[in-house]
Design a protein around this ligand. Structure first.
Ligand code: DC
Length: 222
């Protein structure tokens, strides 16, 4: 059976940076499930479908194929055969993603694909519901979090680096709103699995978090 590491936690906790590095050190595949939800959101945005229109979103799910590939060590997401990596990281797509990921047909589609990958492959998968719903049998589960202010500051610096105008206060408000929606939705809400290890990265460096997780993996494998 494949060895699976599940990392869940709120937006901006550093999941993808950490998971990518842990995967590199273990020579595991890294699967960013948020990117898969983002690809679906992009489809609905392009189609002009509103996030409130549950019927259109359910019907749209039938028209969508999401797949992943790795190129030069980086995950690439394909939406109906088109590489959409360059389009899914905007604030607009982020907001739409949080809104459409509450719907059952959206989640069912991606959950099945994620389980198929994990069944045969040693991997580290990050998201919101990996330890609780997608891979309840994962050998290692981490719940990675950080304070709203820490996460807001990280996002602020990232946007500033890209030259995008932003305010820390607005970013923190958006983070709280998204956390609330992800944690209170009916299907597969973000929460710590009972058997997940809680890691608060607020006062930790990336290297410290990576080391902590690698130690947890080593303990499980011995
Ligand atoms: O990790 P991210 O910021 O790329 O995720 C974007 C949105 O996708 C997030 O607001 C919630 C949703 N998501 C989800 O519902 N389940 C997952 N496994 C991953 C992401």
């Amino acid at each position: 059976m494949a060895f699976n590491i599940a990392i869940d936690g709120p937006a901006g906790a550093g999941k993808s940076t950490i998971a990518r590095e842990v995967a590199r050190q273990l020579s595991y595949i890294y699967v960013d499930t948020g990117a898969m939800y983002r690809a679906m959101a992009l489809y609905f945005l392009r189609a002009g479908i509103s996030a409130d229109d549950e019927a259109a979103i359910s019907a749209g799910c039938e028209q969508i194929t999401v797949s992943l590939a790795t190129e030069n060590g980086e995950q690439q997401v394909y939406l109906n055969g088109e590489n959409v990596n360059g389009f899914i990281r905007t604030e607009e797509v982020g907001k739409m993603t949080s809104a459409i990921s509450v719907y059952a047909p959206v989640r069912a589609k991606l959950t099945q694909l994620q389980r198929e990958m994990a069944y045969t492959t040693d991997l580290i998968m990050d998201g919101r519901d990996i330890g609780t719903c997608v891979l309840p049998q994962a050998q290692v589960k981490i719940y990675l979090t950080a304070s709203v202010l820490t996460r807001g500051k990280r996002r602020f610096l990232e946007l500033q680096g890209k030259g995008e105008p932003c305010s820390l206060e607005e970013i923190c408000k958006d983070i709280e709103k998204r956390d609330h929606r992800d944690m209170t939705r009916e299907i597969s809400p973000l929460k710590q699995a009972k058997d997940a290890v809680l890691v608060d990265s607020s006062d930790m460096t990336v290297e410290e978090v990576v080391e902590r997780i690698l130690n947890i993996v080593k303990e499980k494998q011995t």
